[in-house]
Design a protein around this ligand. Structure first.
Ligand code: COA
Ligand code: ZN
Length: 310
């Protein structure tokens, strides 16, 4: 399939959730809110700003309610949070979010490691999650973790992932994300699964969520786009990772993804210079360097003074 180069891609920033959940340092709520407010000024389509998970298991995001309450919303941006169970949906229902993103793994083993329940229990929880959201106006979306590979089980059967997409839509989810939780996917596999998902569910708002654990992140984004995906999760600076998946490392880096698309003349609507400036401030916030590349190298046309030739 030949992608429509004129069509805009939607960039979803997940650093406030996927990025911070694995950080050892608790970023104070004031700093999180100020950071999300700056992110809101960059033209992103969606920001996943926190999760409503157990504060015992993920202390870095224990302040979810306060973060949602205090951010300054910008029109045109969707604000989302990840949830693991009905308790998370009840907490989210009391806030002013646009969407919640319920995570269920393709892999049974990762679901148990991450959520301490089997997949059947995760699917059963969807009824209570729908009840919790009724009349709130909050949309229910779902991420399929380990959709391309699981660090415990290996490759996942695409037929199982496709069936999970169908089941989630049948259960009332309005959008689905295919997540490569520990960067095990490759471009051919990503293209095949994206194409098969869109063939089965034409018009589905499908998001691709990849991690750059093995350096294949941007290639997977490109392959997903060529196969028809136009929504991409990414994390500023390349932060991120699932604390319950061995070897997890950062998401594909937002400013690297934006740079790639903009250089290809595919519009993102994101202010790349603003994003790079935010990314350059990240080490102060998280206390260590971050892996993004454009933040270090600058944009391709940030040219250098020519050397003086004798
Ligand atoms: N938010 C806040 N607290 C929650 C909660 C939620 N969504 N779900 C459960 N809890 C609380 C319970 O109320 C209970 O509290 P108590 O000890 O004060 O009574 C406690 O957590 C234990 O409840 P239980 O149902 O036994 O949970 P668990 O310890 O088996 O953990 C999850 C299950 C799903 C809550 C936990 O594994 C989790 O939060 N996982 C998310 C992991 C994650 O964020 N991964 C990265 C993103 S993919
Ligand atoms: Zn992730």
């Amino acid at each position: 399939m030949q992608p429509d180069i004129a069509a805009r891609v939607m960039i979803h920033e997940v650093a406030p959730r996927d990025g911070l959940q694995i950080e050892p340092r608790f970023v104070p709520t004031d700093e999180k809110v100020a950071w999300i407010d700056r992110l809101s000024g960059t033209g992103l389509a969606k920001i996943e700003i926190t999760s409503f998970v157990s504060p015992k298991h993920v202390p870095a995001l224990a302040d979810g309610e306060e973060v949602v309450r205090r951010i300054r919303r910008q029109p045109g941006i969707l604000y989302a949070a990840l949830i693991p169970n009905a308790r998370g949906a009840e907490r989210a229902a009391a806030t002013k979010l646009d969407e919640i993103n319920v995570v269920i793994s393709a892999s049974e083993t990762h679901n148990r490691a991450n959520l301490r329940m089997d997949r059947a229990a995760s699917f059963r929880a969807l009824a209570d999650i729908r009840t919790a959201l009724a009349d709130t106006g909050i949309a229910l979306t779902s991420s399929i973790a380990t959709a391309f590979g699981c660090p415990f089980e290996g490759r996942q059967d695409p037929a199982k992932v496709l069936d999970q997409v169908t089941r989630l839509l049948d259960e009332g989810c309005t959008a689905v994300t295919l997540a490569d939780t520990t960067g095990m996917g490759n471009p051919r596999q990503v293209a095949d699964l994206v194409a098969a998902t869109l063939a089965r569910h034409p018009g589905l708002p499908l998001t691709l969520h990849v991690h750059n654990t093995r350096g294949v992140g941007l290639a997977n984004v490109l392959a997903g786009w060529q196969a028809g995906a136009v929504r991409f999760d990414a994390a500023l600076g390349g932060l991120g990772g699932c604390p319950f998946a061995p070897g997890a490392t950062g998401n594909v880096c937002t400013e690297d993804v934006v740079n790639m698309f903009e250089e290809m003349d595919v519009a993102t609507a994101v202010d790349l210079d603003a994003l790079i400036a935010l990314s350059r401030d990240l080490p102060d916030m998280v206390g260590h360097d971050v892996p993004g590349q454009v933040r270090a190298a600058g944009r391709p046309l940030d040219l250098h003074l020519a050397p003086a030739f004798a």
